[in-house]
Design a protein around this ligand. Structure first.
Ligand code: F6P
Length: 365
C-alpha cells in the first residue's frame, strides 16, 4: 500500500510523535510505502505535488520535538474551486496514494470529508489541536502541553500581580471552546475564568475584583480568546479569506482591560499568550497519546477501515466516522463538573452575581 501522511491546520506539540508512530507501524507491520505530504493539503495542490518518502531514518529522533517535520497550513483549501479539486484528484492518482493519514483539527477533518466525497480520496484522521474542541473525542494531543504552558504563564504572572497589587488579565487561545482557559485557569489558580461558553457580566467582575482589592489586593483573570461580554461581539484579530476557517480571534483581553479599568483602583494589565501555547516540546502525556493515536491510525489503514478518525472516548482509543466530526466543534457543556467545581471553590466565571452569594469574592488563592 502507498500511504500519504499530512499535518493540517495550526501546528501543535505532538505532531511529530504521530508521524513517527504512523510511519514506523506501517513500515514494520505492513511493508507500506509512506509518503510525507508537505504543508497540509497544500502539498497536493502544487504542481508537481510536494511529497517526500518517509522511512525509518526520517522519523527517528523526532518524538519529543515540537512542530511538524512535514510543515502545515491553515489557509490551504483544496475544495475552493473545481479546477483545484481536479488538480488534487490528478495528483492523488499520479502518486498512487491508496489512503492519506490526515493529522489535524475539525478544519482538516472537514476537508478530508469533502475530498472523499468530491474526488474519492480516502483518509484516516488523527485529532490534533491545542483547543481540544474536536467532536466525539475527549482529548486531542497538544492540549495537555498547551495547558501546561498557559499554567506556567499564569503562575509567573501571579508574582508580579502580587508585587504591584494589580489585576492581571491573561488571554489564552482556544477559539470558540473554553477548554484551554478553563483547565489552565484552574491549574494556574486564576481567580476569574472567562469562557466563550458563558457571556460575562462586567459588573460581576468589577464587584469581584473590588472585593479582592480590599483583601488579597491582586486578581488574576484567565480569559479564552472566544469569550465576550453579554451583548458584545467576538473580538476578531484578522480574517484570512482563503482559509477554510477565515476568522482569527484574539485581543479580548485588551477589550476587557479597557472596560474594567475605569471601575477599579488597581491598575489592570493584559498579557496575550498567543502562539507560545502552540510551540515547544510535547509533555510526556502528549507524547504517549500522540504515539497511541499514530499507532491506531496505522491499524485502521492496515485493516482497510478508511474514512474514520482516531478518538479517545471513555478513556479508550477507538475511532469514529470522519463525517461525524467534520464541521462540528466540542465546546464546554454548561453542566460540566469543572464549572460546578470552579464555582464551589470561589472562582468567578463572570456570571451575574446573586447578592446573597457575595462571600465567594475571596477567589482561589
Ligand atoms: O486552532 C488552534 C489555534 O491556535 C487557535 O487556538 C487559534 O485561535 C488559532 O489556531 C490561531 O491561528 P493562526 O495560527 O492562524 O493565528
Amino acid at each position: 500500500m502507498r500511504v500519504g501522511v499530512l499535518t493540517g491546520g495550526g501546528d501543535c506539540p505532538g505532531l511529530n510523535a504521530v508521524i513517527r508512530a504512523v510511519t514506523k507501524s506501517l513500515i514494520n507491520h505492513g511493508q507500506c510505502e509512506v509518503l510525507g505530504i508537505a504543508d497540509g493539503f497544500e502539498g497536493l495542490m502544487l504542481d508537481p505535488p510536494g511529497v517526500k518518502p518517509l522511512g525509518w531514518d526520517e522519523v527517528s529522533g523526532i518524538l519529543h520535538v515540537g512542530g511538524t517535520i512535514l510543515g502545515t497550513s491553515n489557509s490551504a483549501n483544496p475544495l475552493r474551486d473545481a479546477a483545484t479539486l481536479e488538480h488534487v484528484g490528478r495528483n492523488v492518482r499520479a502518486l498512487g496514494l491508496d489512503v492519506v493519514v490526515a493529522i489535524g483539527g475539525d478544519g482538516t477533518m472537514s476537508l478530508a470529508h469533502g475530498l472523499a466525497e468530491q474526488v474519492g480520496l480516502t483518509c484516516v484522521g488523527v485529532p490534533k489541536t491545542i483547543d481540544n474542541d474536536i467532536a466525539n473525542c475527549e482529548r486531542s494531543f497538544g492540549f495537555d502541553t498547551a495547558v501546561a504552558t498557559a499554567t506556567e504563564a499564569l503562575r509567573r504572572i501571579e508574582s508580579t500581580a502580587n508585587s504591584h497589587h494589580r489585576v492581571m488579565i491573561v488571554e489564552t487561545m482556544g477559539r470558540h471552546a473554553g477548554w484551554l482557559a478553563l483547565e489552565a485557569g484552574i491549574a494556574g489558580a486564576a481567580d476569574v475564568i472567562l469562557l466563550p461558553e458563558i457571556d460575562f457580566d462586567l459588573q460581576a467582575i468589577v464587584d469581584f475584583c473590588r472585593g479582592r482589592e480590599q483583601r488579597q489586593r491582586y486578581t488574576i483573570i484567565c480569559i479564552g480568546e472566544g469569550a465576550k461580554e453579554s451583548g458584545a461581539s467576538l473580538t476578531v484579530r484578522e480574517r484570512i479569506e482563503q482559509s477554510p476557517d477565515p476568522v482569527r480571534l484574539g485581543g479580548v483581553g485588551h477589550v476587557l482591560r479597557e472596560r474594567l479599568q475605569p471601575h477599579l483602583r488597581s491598575e489592570v494589565r493584559t498579557t496575550v499568550l498567543g502562539h507560545v501555547q502552540r510551540g515547544g516540546d510535547p509533555t510526556p502525556f502528549d507524547r504517549v497519546l500522540a504515539t497511541q493515536y499514530g499507532h491506531h491510525a496505522a491499524q485502521l489503514v492496515l485493516s482497510g477501515r478508511f474514512g474514520r478518525m482516531v478518538t479517545l472516548q471513555g478513556g479508550e482509543i477507538g475511532s469514529v466516522e470522519i463525517s461525524r466530526v467534520a464541521n462540528t466543534q466540542r465546546t464546554v457543556p454548561l453542566d460540566h463538573g469543572l464549572l460546578t467545581m470552579a464555582r464551589d471553590i470561589g472562582i468567578c466565571l463572570g456570571e451575574p452575581c446573586k447578592q446573597d452569594a457575595r462571600p465567594a469574592a475571596a477567589g482561589s488563592h
